[in-house]
Ligand binder design. Structure first.
Ligand code: GLA
Length: 727
């Protein structure tokens, strides 16, 4: 998969789908040549066309005025040494100088794909699956070695990247920026597709035209955030859901991130992705090294759906791990929107009693069971049972006796001022002494850069998990970071705290998921504030949003699906009118939207009418029948709520023997639009029976002629679901 042509000085990473090519240019600069569909033979016309460009300087000691770092397509740019575009790395030397100039030194190719210490990353199950290229570059003055790491999978249109910096000098240095990757692309008119959002309205797909200047996708909240997912795709102007090129970049990281896209003076595009350099610095003593998180790049020639497919397969198959990676996920009843903090044993028993006959498989007890927590003002950090309110062991037993699984909510990274933990260890919260602390949801953030703090929370959680039989954990994180300052490190290291905080979070997740392999973990951060590939490595599913309004969920789930697989996305039916938006939507549509994810309920079952209970039973029976297809089939957006009033999502089994079609209409208007939905990825030669109407259609007909929505449907937010089975 990876070769080096020593004559042409070209590295070639190729598999049956893609090629990634770069060369060692004059002066030992690494120059990007190509990333895209597979090239059988690269014929070697690699030299970059040289031009004497005014105000673009040349290499030191060279009289050649036509060779400039300022327009060369580079693999990883330094700082203050001739490339005026954004650098991938900035270092402050012990003399205060900020220069970086890395030149080629050596390389090695290894089978497989090494794990990154302390960080999540995509992996291989055996070493035949991928190859890895490590290219060492040196900055001769600073005596630093930079290793650029590239891995290519045998059967996937994926190249992963990361970088490592080693201090071989006898002086400390401070890293001020170090990206996971840089990608320089030749002149081209790209559109950018990305996923901005906000609390309770996450991952809203946007597409903008790129022009000269810098576009930044970033978070400074020390969380991947509701506001900007760590993802970007560069697409051609004519790329749509099914056609055209899409180059996707995703960081496997949950902290401050930044993807910058710069279009330079001659319309070349540079993309740099990694840890955000905002308030970042990392003090590196002689002999020490720094490892960046991983960036995943994918290349699709089949539009955005093609890109999503590559991401879905990779994230599901080689990022998610553990016992539940491919397991059918249980149907949940969560008490949060039903009771909020106001519950006791009797109310919880009621939930289980109601849920069981409906076919629900797991009861999740949400926030409020610990310390003396009856609202969101107290007790985070006190992970012992609030015995005045609930007998946790008994509730777990009761749930298990009813034949259901039992799940529990935690928010491990946080601390309330009103908590025993804070009273004992006020310095364990991130804060600078003498400066007030910003409260958010009345809580502070624990200093997880300190191992003793992580240990304490680990031990408290183990005590509960060892005493009570728990099948599932909802891991919440309900605020972003401020006053990022640790009282346990010297001033030299304060710039490291945001990243060290995330490393602490990962270490706790790692220890708990290893110690309790039979617990299914679900990520959550005030809904979908940390829906990212880093969390997915530890937790195969996450709560995409606190907004459970089916209308808004259409967009949230559609946007999330751009990158993340359906098996990672939980979705619950909640009460109507919806508690977040006040909108009323039929029980059927709420069910259909939630069934397009990892299904569950989040309402007071006792308040349902008999008719609604019958509907719940039907939904659950239907979901159980098709759960595997939904959670692990191939998912396609046929009509997206961001571009159309109608929405259609399709799930197809890999062997094309069955498919599910979910169709929704957002607003009804008297235009009475007639929409013809065409399915995809079926076998044109096979016939399929629509189990809803009992009609038989050819795969060719479903894909080319298509289906109309039921014309009798009048009203907003109506849905239709069809199940097709090969006959
Ligand atoms: C967050 C979660 C909710 C719920 C509450 C509990 O907002 O997203 O689902 O668990 O916390 O406080």
């Amino acid at each position: 998969m990876i070769t080096f042509d020593s004559q042409q000085q070209v590295f070639n990473l190729s598999n049956s789908k893609i090629s990634y090519l770069f060369s060692i240019e004059e002066g030992g600069l690494l120059s990007h040549l190509y990333y895209g569909p597979r090239i059988r033979h690269y014929h070697g016309e690699r030299r970059y066309p040289r031009i004497d460009r005014g105000f673009s300087g040349n290499l030191p000691h060279s009289k050649d005025r036509t060779y400039s770092k300022d327009d060369l397509l580079q693999e990883y740019s330094g700082n203050n040494t001739g490339d005026y575009r954004l650098p991938a790395i900035t270092v402050k030397g012990s003399d205060g100088a900020r220069f970086t100039d890395f030149r080629y030194d050596s390389y090695r190719i290894i089978d497989g794909k090494p794990a990154l210490p302390g960080l999540p990353s995509s992996y291989v199950k055996d070493n035949d699956e991928a190859q890895t290229l490590e290219v060492n570059l040196k900055d001769a003055t600073l005596k630093l070695t930079l290793t650029l790491v590239y891995s290519i999978y045998k059967d996937r249109a994926v190249v992963t990247r990361n970088a490592r910096l080693q201090n071989n000098s006898n002086q400390p240095i401070d890293i001020e920026k170090i990206a996971s990757m840089q990608l320089d692309l030749t002149k081209h008119d790209y559109d950018l597709v990305y996923l901005p959002g906000q609390y309770a309205l996450e991952r809203q797909t946007r597409r903008v035209a790129l022009n000269q200047g810098i576009f930044e996708i970033s978070s400074r909240r020390d969380s991947s955030s509701h506001h900007m997912n760590p993802f970007a795709a560069l697409v051609d102007k004519d790329t749509d859901e099914f056609h055209g090129n899409a180059l996707g970049v995703l960081l496997v990281y949950s902290g401050n991130h930044k993807i910058s896209i710069e279009r330079d003076q001659i319309d070349q595009t540079r993309l740099i992705a990694g840890i955000n350099d905002f308030n970042f610095s990392w003090h590196l003593e002689p002999g020490e090294s720094f490892q960046t998180p991983e960036a995943i790049t994918v290349f699709s020639t089949k539009g955005l759906n093609g890109m999503s497919q590559i991401f879905h397969h990779l994230l599901r198959e080689r990022v998610a791990r553990g016992k539940f990676q491919y397991a059918d996920r249980p149907i949940v009843i969560n008490n949060w929107e039903a009771t909020f903090f106001d519950f006791n044993d009797q109310k919880l028993d009621e939930v289980v009693k109601e849920a069981k006959p409906l076919g629900i498989e797991m009861f999740v007890l949400d926030d409020g069971w610990f310390g003396h927590r009856n609202d969101d003002n107290s007790s985070l950090g006190d992970w012992f049972v609030n015995k005045d309110k609930v007998n946790l062991k008994r509730v777990a037993k009761q749930t298990h006796d009813a034949g259901m699984k039992f799940g529990l909510w935690f928010e491990p990274e946080m601390i309330s001022v009103d908590s025993d933990l804070y009273r004992k260890h006020p310095d364990w919260a991130l804060a600078e002494p003498g400066r007030g602390s910003t409260l958010s949801r009345n809580q502070l953030v624990l200093d997880f850069s300190r191992p003793e703090v992580v240990d304490n929370i680990f031990q408290q959680m183990c005590k509960i998990l060892d005493a009570v039989s728990i099948d599932y954990i909802k891991w919440d994180c309900n605020r972003n970071l401020t006053e990022v300052y640790s009282q346990a490190v010297s001033p030299d290291h304060e710039g490291e705290i945001a990243h060290r905080e995330i490393l602490g979070v990962y270490s706790l997740m790692d220890r708990l998921t290893k110690r309790y392999p039979n617990i299914l973990f679900e990520g959550c951060s005030g809904g979908g504030g940390r829906f990212d590939a880093g969390i997915l490595y530890y937790m195969p599913q996450s709560w995409p949003s606190d907004d459970t309004d089916a209308a808004e969920r259409l967009k949230i789930q559609d946007g999330t699906s751009l990158v993340y697989p359906i098996s990672s996305m939980s979705a619950h039916v909640s009460v109507s009118p919806n508690q977040q938006t006040g909108r009323s939507i039929s029980f059927k549509t709420r069910g259909d939207v939630a069934m397009a994810g990892v299904f569950g309920y989040e309402l007071d079952l006792a308040k349902l009418t008999d008719d609604e209970k019958q509907q719940v039973k039907k939904q659950i029976a239907f979901y159980k029948q098709h759960r595997h297809l939904i959670q692990y089939g191939d998912f396609y957006r046929l009509e997206s709520p961001f571009t159309s009033n109608t929405v259609a999502w399709e799930f197809v089994s890999p062997d094309k023997s069955e498919a599910l079609l979910f169709m929704f209409r957002q607003q009804h208007t008297n235009r009475m639009e007639i929409v013809n939905t065409k399915m995809v990825a079926l076998d044109p030669q096979r016939d399929y029976s629509d189990m809803t109407s009992d009609q038989v259609f050819g795969g060719d007909e479903l894909m080319n002629v298509g289906l109309y929505r039921d014309p009798k449907h009048v009203g907003d937010y109506l849905s239709e679901v069809h199940y097709f089975k090969e006959v």
